[in-house]
Design a protein around this ligand. Structure first.
Ligand code: ZN
Ligand code: ZN
Length: 642
């Protein structure tokens, strides 16, 4: 008798988002990745069920060869992602069954190239670390899919807890996945995993070549590598017998994917842990309110062998000299005098965020997006939304005046000011412009690690988990940059950024932190200056409870874009009325992007899947009309920015 199986072809077309029935030979089971013929073309497909019956009147065809096999837990995980995030099974299965490239000659694994020497293993753990490891190991042994929050200040030894938990998993014959926000920015953490586990570590991230990724996945699939370290997508690594998932810097927004399927690796980690009976450990010095409210908390306490540095707030309404105020210059001068190191954060690239004409008052803007063009050191104006650039004009293109003012400051201007004011300090810049080449980030961080009398300056990249010895000053040039954003997470982000940056100073010496701001009384700034995480989160949760924001309700964001300003708003008004009972904010117009007018609806709901499904049905019904009108739509469940 012919054996039949349900197969999802790995295609993106929504019209083909259903299983097809094929004949399979013996030995082909759930999780097999097979070649199939579909509409005359050859596709890959994933077997999701065997022993099915053919629908009436359907003539089945045999599958081609089996090209890969993925664990059945990953099949289940992908189908859940497709449902929860309103994507398609084909797109979600492609995450767990990526295309395999041809084999390449033996080459060393990429891990070493990406890593910097990390701290050596401590002789013994602190009592808090001991307790944390014990708690996680009890979860490993229970195998019941628990989630815990590992909360501890920067420098409290979270990485060592991950390492010990991974060791315990390996001793039990289990595998582990360690997620980090941006692997290029964490070469030191990687170095520690290499030093501890050698070639039992596999590295998975988007910076690898296709061949490298294939080799690393294969080492994981065969069980040669039992510990996977990687960015967001490493949550789909084909680890068999998964016992542990660690999510480092769990507050980091890069865990959310911003293209379909719009999954959040933190939510997916909890689901995968539940499916496989693994422990998920969420670690941060500045946890999300969501995790603070919901997860069992393991408190690692303060910094090992020291206290957090004092923070001085500089009121920019009273101090002249922006971007370098007199108190900051004095601190930097002291750093230079001691041959020390400093880290400066300015969360804007370029020279000046706007070029403004003093005569006619106009600011040069992007023709396609509703934002000002940013002046860069190469003499060009660039749009940070769409990438458009043009030479900076000598005179105002509107009125001809030569009085063009450079408003505000970006990292490149800060670099120049430092060169003029404190030439004895070596300047090392870390921002998206500086790390455009692969490997550039690790080289920049290595240079700063080896430097004496140097300042690392850059965007929020400088605040990510680095650990450099000898940093005795960390400063924020303007702490309020992010507070003006119309996003309910603006305060949380500002608090996290300031607290994380403050944690870079004084890890092995008494350090100082200086925060320049125009709003010294703003809650996130005041509380970050006191390192008061608990108080900030308590207030944040109170506010979110009152307003019905996460974690008390889920958000579903629907964005429509079109060629005319009114169309997206109109389409969303119709959708809002059809959604009926749900609590919906908007529609509100958004900034124009790449010439497209955009608007959004934000729904607050206890049942995000039901709401997203309802919205998807309504949008599917409206889709011919929307297509004719040139409108596109995105539905985002649990968005990270609104
Ligand atoms: Zn002008
Ligand atoms: Zn633009």
């Amino acid at each position: 008798m012919t054996r039949l199986a349900s197969v999802y072809p790995l295609v993106t077309t929504r019209a083909l988002a259903r299983p097809f029935t094929y004949e399979v030979p013996d030995g082909v089971e759930e999780g097999a990745v097979v070649e199939v013929r579909l509409g005359g073309a050859r596709q890959r497909g994933v077997v999701v069920e065997t022993g099915v019956e053919a629908p009436a009147g359907v003539e089945t065809a045999p599958v081609g060869r089996t090209v890969d096999t993925i664990p059945s837990a990953l099949v289940e995980l992908a189908l859940w992602i497709a449902d929860y995030y309103g994507s398609t099974p084909g797109r979600a299965l492609a995450l767990v069954a990526p295309l395999k490239r041809a084999r390449r000659a033996e080459k060393p694994p990429p891990g070493l190239r990406e890593s910097l020497p990390g701290e050596p293993a401590p002789e013994r753990l602190s009592p808090e670390q001991e307790r944390a490891v014990e708690r996680i190991v009890s979860g490993l042994d229970a195998g019941s899919g628990e989630n815990v929050l590992l909360y501890g200040a920067t420098g409290s030894g979270k990485t060592e807890v991950y390492l010990r938990a991974c060791e315990a998993a390996l001793e039990r014959g289990l595998g582990a996945i360690v997620l980090v926000p941006e692997i290029a920015l964490t070469p030191q953490a990687l170095g520690r995993f290499h030093a501890r586990f050698g070639d039992r570590v596999a590295l998975l991230h988007s910076g690898l070549s296709d061949a490298e990724r294939r080799d690393e996945r294969e080492r994981v699939a065969t069980g040669d590598a039992r510990v996977v370290v990687g960015a967001r997508s490493a949550i789909f690594a084909p680890v068999r017998g998964l016992g542990l998932v660690c999510i480092d810097e769990e507050h980091d927004a890069s865990y959310k994917q911003d293209s379909d399927p719009r999954y959040d690796a933190r939510t997916v980690a909890a689901k995968r842990a539940a499916l496989e009976g693994a422990v998920a450990v969420y670690g941060s010095a500045t946890p999300r309110p969501e995790s603070w409210e919901r997860l069992e908390r393991i408190d690692l306490g303060g910094r090992l062998g020291g206290s957090l540095p004092p923070v001085r707030v500089v009121d920019l309404r009273r101090e002249a000299g922006y971007p370098l105020s007199a108190p900051l210059l004095a601190e930097l001068g002291a750093v230079a005098a001691r041959n020390g190191k400093a880290i400066l954060l300015l969360n804007r690239r370029g020279v000046a965020p706007a070029l403004h004409c003093r005569a006619c008052g106009r600011t040069r803007r992007c023709g396609q997006c509703d934002v000002a063009l940013v002046l860069h050191a190469d003499g060009r104006l660039r749009c940070h939304h769409c990438g458009y650039s043009e030479p900076a004009p000598e005179t105002c293109p509107d009125c001809g005046s030569a009085e063009l003012a450079r408003l505000g400051a970006g990292t490149q201007r800060l670099e120049r000011e430092l060169e003029t004011r404190l030439p004895e300090l070596e300047r090392i810049r870390l921002d998206a412009d500086a790390v455009a080449r692969p490997g550039a980030a690790a080289a920049i961080l290595a240079r700063f690690a080896a430097a004496e009398c140097a300042v690392l300056l850059g965007t929020q990249m400088v605040a990510k988990g680095h650990h450099f010895s000898g940093v005795d000053l960390a400063a924020v040039i303007d702490a309020d940059t992010g507070l003006g954003l119309p996003d309910f997470r603006a305060e949380e982000r500002t608090f996290q950024l300031l607290t994380q940056l403050a944690g870079r100073s004084g890890r092995d010496a008494p350090g100082r932190v200086l925060v320049q701001t125009f709003q010294p009384d703003a809650r996130p700034i005041e509380l970050a200056a006191r390192h008061d995480v608990a108080r900030f989160l308590a207030g944040e949760l109170e506010r979110r409870r009152a307003l019905g924001y996460p974690p008390f309700r889920h958000l579903v964001r629907i964005v429509v874009a079109g060629g005319e300003p009114e169309q997206p708003l109109q389409a969303l008004r119709e959708l809002r009325d059809a959604l009926g009972d749900a609590e919906v904010l908007g529609p509100a117009p958004l900034l124009r992007l790449r010439g497209r007018h955009r608007a959004q609806l934000v729904a607050k709901t206890e049942e995000p899947r039901r709401l997203a499904k309802r919205a998807a049905q309504l949008l599917a019904a409206a889709s011919p009309a929307m297509r004719r009108a040139g409108l596109t739509v995105v539905v985002d469940v649990d968005p990270q920015s609104v």
